[in-house]
Structures are given as structure tokens and as C-alpha cells.
Design a protein around this ligand. Structure first.
Ligand SMILES: [Zn+2]
Length: 126
């Protein structure tokens, strides 16, 4: 069962997120960011007068700025979410390796400590 597809941005194979089976862009942060830029461009092309129109009205200018900042935050929230998600995954992997290493070291240390000391005892057994 493979749902692999090619990311149109980095042209790499990727497996869509199981929560987003229709994912078209790989979860690579740069690709996700690029996708958002593309969306923004597309939207601006579809609304060429949006900013010009608003900019002409001084009274609403502040509002527009606020709105724009809000839009920006909303757009980037997804980006930040992705970033955090990726970061969390990396952190989890890091911790997993770290703990595995830690346990191994601790075990090795314990084994060493419980090993019979190389004293006269072993000679007696012989
Ligand atoms: Zn990609």
C-alpha cells in the first residue's frame, strides 16, 4: 500500500500525511513555505486591486495594515505549526536516541560494577 507521490516543488517522492491524504506538497518546510508564497501570489493575481484600493483610503489604511498583519500571522501560523511539528519530531527522535544511549551506558556501568572483581576469588574457583 503505497501512496507516494512527487512533490511539484522539490520533485522528490514523499508519502502524504495520513491525516491529509490529499497532500500535494511534501512536508519539507521549504516546500510548504514555497506553497504558501505561491498561494499568496495566486491570490494577489486574482485580486490585483485589493491593496491599491485600500491604500487610497487613509482612514482604513491602519485597519488594512492590521488586517494584513493578521492575515500574515494566520498564514504563518500553519508554517509555525509545521515547524514546531517537525521540531517536535526531531526532538523526539533525538530524545529516543539519547535515552537509548543513556540506558545502554547505564547498563554497561552497572554490569561492570556487578562483575566480580579480578581478585583472588577467581583463582579459588579454578
Ligand atoms: Zn517538496
Amino acid at each position: 500500500m503505497t501512496n507516494e507521490r512527487i512533490c511539484p516543488i522539490c520533485s522528490k517522492w514523499f508519502i502524504p500525511n495520513k491525516y491529509r491524504p490529499n497532500q500535494e506538497i511534501c512536508s519539507n518546510l521549504e516546500c510548504q513555505y514555497q506553497r504558501q508564497l505561491n498561494n499568496m501570489k495566486k491570490w494577489r493575481n486574482g485580486n490585483p486591486n485589493y491593496f491599491k484600493y485600500r491604500e487610497g483610503k487613509d482612514v482604513t489604511w491602519k485597519e488594512t495594515c492590521k488586517e494584513r498583519a493578521k492575515h500574515w500571522r494566520e498564514r504563518h501560523q500553519e508554517y509555525l505549526k509545521l515547524y514546531r511539528q517537525e521540531h517536535k519530531d526531531r526532538y523526539r527522535l533525538y530524545m529516543r536516541d539519547y535515552m537509548r544511549d543513556y540506558r545502554r551506558k547505564r547498563k554497561a556501568k552497572q554490569t561492570k560494577e556487578t562483575l566480580p572483581a579480578p581478585s583472588g576469588e577467581s583463582k579459588k574457583v579454578k
